[in-house]
Design a protein around this ligand. Structure first.
Ligand SMILES: [Zn+2]
Length: 376
């Protein structure tokens, strides 16, 4: 993993480069950031940057045997410690028993969530932990001589789950590690990390990603403009969530996200948001614009049913749509429903004709805004 493969986070990476350049790489660091921020990926890329013999000032080379081994999670001086469950009938379970599962997880994507790991590691969703045995395992690994030269690094993921016993075992070595040994703790929250550990690490804050950065990355990997906008909006700075949305592609889910954010922006008359939304809609194919308008018509009808019927099951809505509609449906009533449908249908017809789509969608937004003001 090179820095070049990290999504955004340029200022975090620059601080890490500077630390190497100035010869002040802390021996115990905590990469602290929310899920999907890339804190684990950054720790991995930093391990590669520090060990690559051909690294430039900016990045590891990505092609030397060291870089290749680190990228493949097969570098003898790069160790991992992470939570796991005690295998039944085995009293000395440690991370080595889950090494290949954890490697698979990283190789699929170094942006992963705790839930993904629980799924990968324990199909029946057992609670995961660090055992005392794991403390001894870490100490043992660090006592071995370095195989590859440069730094021996242990990445400890989820130290939030440390109990006092394992933390106490590691205190001394974290404070005074053997020469050229580095601890990279990777955590989502400092709240549950024991103070004994927290006070001994240098904290590297990894903020959540900007939506614009997520959108750029989605576009770079070939997701179309409208969809990447919807995903970026929905993911809210979390690349894991964005990945999940791409993988579990449910076209209606994107339409739902688009529709809901459009309705919110129309209702609160956020002109600049509506303007950029119209531009994004205009960039999409006519087929997709029509698909969106069809979806809107369906939603308006279902929300009307929800508003007036005593039996909410009559409305054909998914669970997520229903959650939005519980607040939205009162806005769709007998005073505006006909005009709302009429405007959406007119727009649908216009899409097929040679109408400037940007103006069409902006104009439609303003009409929807006005119509949503008509309340019972
Ligand atoms: Zn290299």
């Amino acid at each position: 993993m090179m820095f070049a493969e990290i999504i955004g986070q340029e200022s975090v990476i620059q601080k890490l480069r500077n630390a190497k350049k100035d010869g002040r790489v802390a021996h115990a660091q905590l990469f602290l950031g929310p899920e999907g921020s890339g804190n684990f990926a950054i720790a991995l890329a930093y391990a590669q940057f520090l060990n690559c013999p051909n690294a430039s000032e900016l990045d590891s080379c990505g092609t030397c045997p060291t870089c290749k081994k680190i990228s493949n999670i097969q570098y003898a001086d790069l160790h991992f410690s992470f939570p796991f469950y005690n295998k039944p009938g085995k009293t000395d379970t440690c991370t080595d028993d889950f090494g290949s599962e954890f490697r698979n997880l990283i190789l699929r994507s170094p942006y992963f969530t705790y839930d993904q790991w629980v799924e990968e590691c324990s199909k029946d969703h057992k609670a995961l932990l660090f055992s005392v045995k794991e403390g001894a395992n870490v100490l043992h690994k660090l006592s071995l001589t370095s195989y590859e030269g440069q730094y021996k690094i242990i990445v400890i993921w989820k130290p939030e789950l440390f109990k006092a016993d394992i933390a106490n075992m590691l205190l001394k070595i974290v404070e005074e590690p053997p020469k050229n040994t580095l601890f990279f703790f990777v955590a989502n929250s400092s709240e549950n990390i024991l103070n004994t550990i927290l006070s001994r690490v240098q904290i590297i804050q990894v903020p959540k990603l900007k939506s614009s950065v997520i959108q750029e990355e989605l576009t770079r990997i070939g997701v179309d403009a409208g969809k990447s906008n919807a995903i970026a909006h929905y993911a809210d700075g979390d690349w894991c969530a964005a990945q999940n949305l791409i993988e579990n592609e449910d076209p209606n889910e994107f339409l739902a996200v688009q529709f809901q954010s459009w309705m919110r922006n129309c209702y609160s008359k956020k002109i600049s948001a509506l303007f950029s939304w119209s531009t994004e809609m205009a960039d999409q194919s006519r087929e997709r614009q029509k698909q969106f308008l069809r979806y809107c018509l369906h939603q308006i009808r279902q929300n009307l049913i929800l508003n007036y019927s005593n039996d909410s099951s009559l409305a054909q809505l998914t669970e997520k749509e229903r959650a939005f509609s519980s607040k939205f449906s009162p806005f769709i009533n007998h005073l505006n429903v006909e005009d709302l449908m009429l405007e959406l249908e007119k727009a649908y017809t216009c899409v097929s004709q040679n109408v400037n789509p940007k103006i069409l969608f902006m104009d439609l937004s303003i009409k929807i805004f006005r119509l949503l003001q008509r309340r019972q």
